[in-house]
Design a protein around this ligand. Structure first.
Ligand SMILES: Cc1cc2nc3c(=O)[nH]c(=O)nc-3n(C[C@H](O)[C@H](O)[C@H](O)COP(=O)(O)OP(=O)(O)OC[C@H]3O[C@@H](n4cnc5c(N)ncnc54)[C@H](O)[C@@H]3O)c2cc1C
Length: 418
């Protein structure tokens, strides 16, 4: 089958890889000159089934008020007269209860664990290198209240079979020795030994090269302007470089997916949630993290990527603007220098922003649409790197009519119609 994959972020490229492995003729279309130039460019680098959870939880509305008042706030909301934002927030609030949280988290962990395992297979099968480490993740609690609250998370992790260790201060230092000089700044942590780290951009670029060598065609620099339909099927993708015809089409345009689906009468509840990162060369390896430290107070992840440190965080709601706001850099620098003083010279940091394609409930949308030959693989929010390989493999199974390795009926668009 000829399949057009729309989007060359980590999700689109992983989809193309698994579709090609299944024997299809695959063309990837993207407006950028190279893969992974948008949200997959400089994310926090966590491959984290252990932290796979929806943002919508029973405590989120209460916590959001506290966050909005903090100096280094993890949450910023720009008041916009945007019906899409309003609709998204209403749906998000509808998921802020215990039952929805448990349901959504279970779906996300299932896909994330599968994805981490598929990534491991891909790494073993191809030798792909992307500054990868398999050393777990440490969620660091600065306050006793955070440490006491860990029970609700560990209960869910136990139920879902995700390994974890609750650590005291010394346990945190064993996991991340560079934290020793600042041990008075935290009280304990949660270690997720199954989590991994790696550079999503490097991975996507290198997987695209492998895919190209295997026969996938990349049509880069082509802006998609619409999809043409006829009789319940998509007949072509329109781009500023002309039409592209395939037998099936995969929507993997991240935060831009809803814009291309709306004219087809498909409402996809994905809204951009802006985040920021800095990347700094390691100055002193002994003073740097060995894996990811998630600073729970500021919701900032500090990750070692080879000879660099990536610091990522902030959730900004307010449209599709990719303007860099200096205040956000300050929050990221604060987390890094507060926990790892002397690790790196932050004057050398590169500053970046990206738009997380977020669904209001948390899991991405993977599966069919009302058009026989249009498939969705989008809406991965905070976890697109974590879930990319599993999502690509699942989608390839669905398109090929094979029975997927994991349950999937609750990951598609149909879940919003219940
Ligand atoms: C600060 C930050 C930190 C993050 N940290 C993590 C993390 O630690 N772990 C994790 O798992 N996830 C993380 N994420 C989330 C993750 O980066 C995203 O979920 C993931 O990159 C989404 O991938 P995607 O392929 O769906 O979208 P994208 O990477 O945005 O790809 C979409 C592609 O579509 C193309 N496109 C869009 N519109 C058009 C058009 N009209 N025509 C042609 N091409 C078009 C774009 O050029 C782009 O290449 C983070 C995100 C941010 C912002």
């Amino acid at each position: 089958m000829r399949i057009a994959v729309l989007g060359a972020g980590v999700v689109g490229v992983a989809s193309a890889w698994y579709l090609r492995q299944a024997g299809h003729d695959v063309t990837v279309i993207d407006r950028q000159a190279a893969p992974a130039m948008e949200t997959s460019f400089a994310n926090a680098g966590q491959i984290s089934p252990g932290m796979s959870a929806p943002w919508a939880g029973p405590d989120t509305p209460r916590k959001a008020i506290t966050w909005l008042l903090m100096r280094h706030s993890p949450l910023v909301v720009w008041p916009l007269l945007d019906p899409a934002l309003f609709d998204w927030v209403v749906r998000f609030l509808g998921n802020c209860n215990s039952a929805a949280y448990a349901r959504n988290k279970a779906r996300m962990v299932r896909l994330a664990e599968y994805s981490r395992d598929k990534l491991g297979e891909l790494r073993a099968g191809t030798g792909i290198a992307y500054d990868a480490r398999q050393r777990g993740l440490l969620q660091l609690f600065r306050t006793q209240k955070q440490a006491d609250g860990v029970e609700s998370d560990t209960f869910v992790l136990t139920t879902l079979g995700v390994p974890f260790e609750v650590l005291d201060r010394n346990g945190c230092i064993v996991q991340e020795p560079a934290l020793a000089p600042v041990s008075h700044k935290f009280v304990g942590g949660l270690k997720l030994p199954g989590d991994e780290t790696g550079d999503a951009r490097l991975f996507t670029e290198r997987l695209a090269k492998l895919a190209e060598a295997a026969g996938v065609v990349f049509r880069m620099g082509a802006t998609i302007t619409g999809l043409q339909s006829e009789g319940g099927r998509i007949v072509s993708v329109e781009t500023d470089q002309g039409s592209i015809i395939a037998d099936a089409y995969v929507m993997a345009l991240g935060s831009y997916s809803p814009r291309l689906l709306r004219p087809l009468g498909i409402r996809l509840h994905v809204y951009p949630v802006k985040g920021y990162s800095i990347t700094v060369p390691v100055g002193d390896a002994a003073a740097s993290p060995v894996s990811t430290v998630m600073d729970e107070t500021f919701k900032v992840a500090v990750t070692r990527l080879g000879d660099r440190i990536r610091v990522g965080g902030t959730a900004e709601l307010g449209g599709w603007s990719t303007r860099l706001r200096e205040a956000r850099r300050g929050t990221l620098v604060h987390s890094l220098t507060d926990l790892f003083p002397g690790a790196a010279d932050t004057a050398q940091a590169s500053f970046w922003t990206g738009l997380r394609p977020m669904t209001p409930d948390g899991p991405p949308v993977i599966g069919p649409t009302k058009f026989d030959n249009l498939w969705l693989n989008t809406g991965h929010g905070t976890l697109g790197w974590t879930m990319a390989c599993g999502s690509g493999a699942l989608l390839a199974d669905l398109i090929g009519g094979r029975v997927p390795d994991i349950q999937h009926d609750d990951l598609g668009l149909a879940r919003y119609r219940l």
